[in-house]
Structures are given as C-alpha cells and as structure tokens.
Design a protein around this ligand. Structure first.
Ligand code: APR
Length: 317
C-alpha cells in the first residue's frame, strides 16, 4: 500500500516542527509548501537527512508550487503571520484572511479529498474562511486549538498535583482566545474531577482559578518570552495528534474548532467543541451539558468568535 501523503502549507516554525514529527511518527510522505522559495525545500532536505539517523522512511520534500499538494490525504495549514509581543491573535486577521483564501484555492484545485487542519490564527475565524475558500465538506475541515489549550491546562494541573501528565485529562471549550472556557468539572486526575480534588485538599479553588487564567493566557505567555514569534512545538504536536486520529481512524475524542450546526444551540459556526476524529473526519460532535456559569462563559466566547467573523465580512476581501 502506498504511503499516506501529508502536505504542510507554511514551512515556518510550526510547519518545520510538523514535518519532523510526522516523519518521526512515520505518518506518511511529507511535502512542505511555502511562498518563500527555498525555505520549504531546505527544511524538507534537512529533515530528510535526519531520517537515516532516526530510522524513519518517508520522502520529505519542499515546494513553492501548489501542484505539490496533489493527492494529499492530510493538509495542515500554518501559512500566514504569527503574533509579536503586544499583538492579540485578532490583530492578524487582515493578512491571514487573504492567505487563507489563496491556500483554500490551492487545496480545492489539488487535493479536494484531503482532511484539512487549520492552525493559522485567529483560529476559529480563519478555519471558516479556509473552509469557504476550499469548498470541502465541513467535516473535512477543522481547526487546531483545543488540543493545545487542553495540553497547557493538563501540564499546569499535573505540575500542581505532582502527578504524571498522562493521568491528567482536561477539557476546554469555546474560541481559541482570551474567552476560551477551561472546564474544571470535566477535568480529572485518573478520573477524579478537579472539584473533588479541591474537596480532598489536593489544591485550592484559588490555585485552580490561577491555572485557568494561565491556560487562557498560555499563548501570550510564550509570545512574551520569545519576542519574535509565537509557540510552535506544542501547536505542532497537537495538530499531529489530530492528523494521526484521522489517518489511523483512531476515533479519538479531541477538542477542536469544528463546524457546529444544531448542537449547543448554534446555527452554523466554527468554534471549539469536543469531537470524534476518525476516517470520516469530524464524525461526531460531543454535546455535553453545561451548567449556568459554563453556558454563560461559552456564550461569551461564541459571541467573540461571531464578532470576529463579522470583521472578516466587513473587510470584504
Ligand atoms: N502561502 C504559503 N505560505 C505562506 C503564505 C502563503 N500565502 N504567507 C505566509 N506564508 C508562510 C511564511 O512564509 C512562513 O514561512 O507561512 C509561514 C509562517 O511561519 P512562521 O512565521 O514561522 O509562523 P508559525 O509560528 O509557524 O505560525 C503560523 O500559526 O499559531 C499560528 O498565529 C500563528 O498564524 C500563525 C501560524
């Protein structure tokens, strides 16, 4: 059987890390695409030269021609500009909307059967622009945000409790931004919900509140430290988990920016919700019950995503 093909649109910090991870995990042959000629080719060659050392078999190449996407099974999109200190994800909207439209055309013309994962920010809005530009079914176009946000939440909880990150599950809903909704009630250590752990004296509500805030600010914390760009290792790992669930039909339950129509009372909007990812793409949206506080936070987050969608419409690009 021929290997799967993974196309990475954008060969910057996240794109390069995605290529290395996809190689190490032997997910398939990899092609990097970027408008800056030489960068995808150079990174592709560099990673290919790691393959004999690491012991993975994959072709890793680069191109500045959209035809390189032909027949891709998975496309992961990071094309665009990242944040600099002082910028919010929303400040990227004008530039990245234009980029999503160009990338969407490239996908439509070269790999209309792919499963497409968008990482470009502001995420919930950009994944919608990309979907409309490529015209693929909604269940085949999804945004990576919740896996990253919940990974940050899991790390901070594991550090607080002094337990393995493997035993911490965390749950994040809503848009990928300051309004994201980390749900402590559905976050656990080996199945024990965080509120129970507070009752057991493992931590305090104040500490959990601080962790929730640090999770919301997780991207900005890294932008502030790096000064020249935004996070790239954990975002790449997160998108690879989604790609792997699709390619191997693992049916993992992952929080993603998915198109929600009907569930959660939404009438057709990309926003972060738990979904099942398998060979059919987004195979199911998991609708959990929210209490009044959680619903208010979710509605606030949805409102923020809607407001940005309107900004895109007004741009008229
Ligand atoms: N087509 C293809 N590639 C493009 C295009 C385009 N139209 N426009 C820009 N690029 C490329 C750039 O040349 C660059 O190599 O996208 C790449 C982006 O890489 P970085 O600047 O290193 O950004 P990165 O950290 O990888 O983040 C990419 O993901 O998390 C989000 O906010 C982040 O939107 C940003 C994106």
């Amino acid at each position: 059987m021929a290997r799967n093909k993974i196309a990475l649109v954008g060969a910057g910090n996240i794109g390069g890390t995605l290529a290395l991870l996809a190689g190490l995990k032997e997910l398939g042959d990899i092609v990097l695409f970027d408008i800056v000629d030489g960068v995808p080719q150079g990174k592709g060659l560099d990673i290919a030269q790691a393959s004999p050392v690491e012991g993975f078999d994959a072709s890793v190449t680069g191109s500045s021609d959209y035809s390189a996407l032909a027949g891709a099974d998975v496309v992961i999109v990071t094309a665009g500009i990242p944040r600099k200190p002082g910028m919010s994800r929303d400040d990227l909207i004008g530039t990245n909307t234009k980029v999503m439209k160009a990338v969407g055309e490239g996908i439509k013309n070269n790999c209309p059967n792919a499963f497409v994962i968008c990482i470009t920010n502001p995420l919930d809005v950009m994944v919608g622009v990309l979907r409309d530009a490529c015209g693929l079914p909604h269940e085949k176009v999804v945004g990576m945000a919740g896996v990253l946000d919940s990974a940050r939440f899991r790390l901070f909880l594991a550090e607080e409790f002094g337990v393995s990150v493997e035993d911490v599950t965390a749950f994040v809903l809503g848009g990928h931004g300051d309004t994201m909704v980390p749900l402590t009630r559905y976050s656990t250590v080996a199945g024990i919900p965080v509120p129970d752990l507070i009752a057991m004296g493992w931590t305090s509500q104040e500490k959990i509140d601080a962790i929730v805030q640090r999770t919301r600010d997780g991207g900005a914390e890294i932008v502030g430290l790096l000064k020249t760009g935004s996070a790239f290792y954990a975002p790449a790992s997160s998108a690879i988990a989604m790609a792997e669930s699709y390619l191997k039909d693992k049916k993992r339950v992952l929080p993603c920016a998915a198109y929600v129509k009907g569930a959660y009372g939404l009438d057709g909007l990309y926003v972060g919700v738990p979904v099942v990812i398998g060979a059919g793409g987004v195979e199911r949206i998991v609708e959990i019950s929210l209490n009044a506080d959680e619903k208010a936070m979710f509605d606030h987050s949805v409102g923020a995503v809607r407001a940005l969608n309107e900004v895109v419409v007004k741009l008229g690009l």
